[in-house]
Design a protein around this ligand. Structure first.
Ligand code: AMP
Ligand code: MN
Ligand code: MN
Length: 323
């Protein structure tokens, strides 16, 4: 897989516009936050004005939350281009969508499952392991010097979305050239690993342990269903929902092919996170799309209205054809 050339019409936007609004998906993850920051670093170097938006809530990288606004003012929006990163579904902009829906829009993303009608200009490549690597292509195409700050952010997004290199497939190995560039420009591999994996508090581990204890193993232990609850969220208040640690633990069980995580929101709807093993033929992206969500072959998600019990039954039945 190689990064396609960015269309001249898209590159010209960075000349035409002087003001930009940068936004990513609600519930931002490392790739989303880092791509937003990466674009802001690019615009800084180009001497452009920008504002960063995100609907939140920030459960990861909380220390960076202060950089993001929830609402742009009229002046920030006037004559500005909207750049959407790590998202190509308008609904995933959450409560921010209403403020930006009429703006001219460029999408930079690696989800192919988005709304076809969303965005005026698009640089979308489902094969890219992270959105940050797509942002890097803009630095290269626009001949912008990659600052140490930018390199660190872009490498962090790559690291989180690839589970620290583990989810890279054979076809994607070529991206290591780009990763090398980021390391050359100041990203530090060991520091990034530390930031990703060695910053947990005790509560986080206890929260994950409680979820695993409650997990339901079905279909000869091939499928695992995990539910969090209001009770657990209250009990482990200071633990953020570090689902990745949960998935790592469960996918390390040999028999396990896929995981359904049903997250509590308010009793009226649930957020589902799906994962399947790297070598498994279970396309959770396709399953998520059937619920109007999306994602990738081995990692995907969606929201579902209804009671938790019913929702879990509906989602479980979608896995039947694979198990
Ligand atoms: P998560 O389980 O939230 O970590 O999400 C796993 C992957 O699926 C990530 O690439 C998300 O961006 C993507 N994803 C999650 N929810 C949705 C959704 N509602 N629509 C599109 N993509 C999603
Ligand atoms: Mn994301
Ligand atoms: Mn991503």
């Amino acid at each position: 897989m190689f990064f396609p050339k960015i269309d001249d019409n898209i590159l010209k936007l960075f000349d035409t516009y002087d003001k930009f609004v940068i936004i990513g998906h609600e519930n931002p993850d490392g790739d989303c936050i880092s791509s937003s920051i990466g674009v802001s670093e690019l615009l800084k170097k180009l001497n452009k004005k920008y504002v960063l938006l995100n609907a939140g809530p920030f459960t990861k990288e909380k220390d960076l939350e202060y950089l993001f606004k929830k609402e742009p003012n009229d002046n920030e929006k006037k004559d500005a281009l909207l750049i959407v990163v790590d998202c190509s579904t308008s609904a995933r902009l959450g409560s921010c969508y209403k403020y930006v829906k009429d703006m001219p829009t460029l999408i930079i993303d690696h989800h192919e499952s988005g709304d076809k009608s969303f965005g005026d200009y698009k640089y979308i490549l489902g094969d890219s392991p992270s959105t940050t690597l797509l942002v890097l292509q803009f630095f290269k195409a626009l001949n912008v010097e990659i600052s140490e700050e930018a390199a660190k952010a872009l490498f962090f997004g790559f690291s989180t979305d690839t589970g620290f290199f583990r989810f890279l497939n054979k076809e994607q190995s070529h991206v290591l050239n780009d990763v090398y560039l980021l390391v050359e420009k100041g990203a530090v591999i060991s520091d990034t690993y530390d930031k990703m994996f060695n910053q947990n508090n005790k509560e986080q581990k206890l929260y994950v342990a409680s979820l695993i204890k409650k997990a339901q193993f079905i279909n000869d232990d091939k499928l695992v269903i995990v539910r969090d609850s209001k009770y657990l969220l209250n009990k482990y208040k200071s633990a953020n929902r570090d689902s990745d640690a949960l998935f790592d633990q469960l996918l390390s069980i040999k028999s396990v092919q896929a995981i359904i995580l049903c997250k509590y929101i308010n009793g009226k709807e649930n957020v589902f996170s799906l994962r399947s093993k790297n070598n498994s033929n279970i396309d959770v992206g396709k399953i998520a799309q059937s619920f109007n969500g999306g994602g990738h072959f081995h990692a995907a998600g969606f929201k579902l209205k209804g009671t938790e019990k019913q929702n879990i039954e509906i989602v479980k039945s979608k896995f039947k054809e694979y198990l």
